[in-house]
Ligand binder design. Structure first.
Ligand code: PSU
Ligand code: MN
Length: 299
């Protein structure tokens, strides 16, 4: 599957945001906008998916259409991946499985909206729902450009898990970790970077010295789209309770809660989601360009 030739500036993209994360017709439009934004910056997009059991980095437009229009498509995480491959199914990729595909294809940078993490406890029972994105970030040395963990998560707990996992949390032109729709979670980053070259220095050091975990570049949502934590907290709690009452579990929780929030809070969240995805893709392209031509290990 190797695809990256020396010097190529490639950016891998997930497809769960297309298949499960965003409503039609915004999902297909977004998929194309994000690919175009990466090309506009001078890099090459590689949207990932599992197609009839084959991991693919760089699906064609016809496949984007199919991913955006198929009901009930599987969502590949690290746990169900082997079964999806073995049974030759088609699935959309989460951050976890995009990182896996990208790394195997020699693609060093990927872009997404928000990463998965530790879900909140709603009611009495702890949810025990922790995204396999964190496991992937701990063990796959890629660079993930995102707007931080999704707002619906337990952000302090997710921040702690990232540290335990050895993930370097980079603040893109910020000292505080963003939380997806929220520009400032109040939680610290490990290091602030103001340029793609600075990010590339950190990624280069990680790779030369053989550190095993991901670098997570956290780009705040564009200011005009940012949501104040206070305005969204009640809606998140309501959505999480609704998920629990309806028995929504595992991989279905994130899409359910995102859809609930979009319906109750309105277009503001959808527009913010689209804006941050495009910005993250552009930052990822610049990081990929800064890394192009730099060796990825000690020679
Ligand atoms: N960010 C979005 N929409 C999404 C996701 C992220 O704006 O749909 C997806 C990503 O693919 C992420 C996944 O990896 O949700 C996490 O899901 P879970 O919590 O089930 O692991
Ligand atoms: Mn989960």
């Amino acid at each position: 599957m190797p695809d990256a030739h020396a010097g190529a500036a490639l950016v891998a993209l997930e497809s769960s945001v297309i298949a499960q994360g965003l409503p039609r017709p915004h999902n297909l439009a977004l998929a194309r906008t994000v690919e175009a934004a990466i090309r506009d910056e001078g890099a090459e997009p590689r949207t990932t998916a599992i197609l009839e059991g084959r991991p693919v980095a760089g699906v064609d437009d016809e496949t984007l259409v199919r991913l955006s229009a198929t009901d009930g498509l599987a969502k590949a995480n690290l746990a169900n991946l082997a079964a999806i491959l073995a049974t030759r199914r088609t699935a959309a990729t989460t951050v976890a499985t995009t990182a896996w595909i990208a790394h195997r294809a020699g693609i060093r940078v990927m872009a997404t909206g928000g990463i998965g993490g530790v879900h909140r406890t709603v009611g009495e029972e702890p949810s025990h729902d922790v995204s396999s994105d964190l496991t992937a970030l701990a063990s796959i040395p890629v660079t993930v450009v995102s707007s931080g963990p999704k707002t619906l998560l337990d952000l302090p707990a997710t921040r702690e898990r990232l540290e335990t996992a050895g993930v370097t949390v980079v603040g893109w032109r910020t000292d505080r970790m963003p939380g997806f729709w929220v520009a400032d979670s109040g939680l610290p980053v490990d290091v602030r970077c103001d340029s793609a070259a600075q990010v590339a220095d950190i990624v280069g050091a990680r790779d030369r010295h053989g550190l095993p975990a991901a670098v997570l570049v956290c780009v705040p949502v564009p200011e005009s789209h940012a949501v104040e934590p206070g305005t969204i907290e009640p809606a998140i709690r309501e959505a999480m309770l609704a998920a629990r009452e309806r028995g929504v579990a595992a991989g279905a929780v994130t899409p359910f809660v995102l859809a609930w929030l979009r319906e109750t809070v309105g277009d503001r969240l959808l527009n913010a989601n689209l804006a941050l995805l495009e910005r993250n893709a552009r930052v990822a392209a610049r990081v990929a360009l800064a890394l192009a031509g730099r060796p990825d290990r000690l020679s």
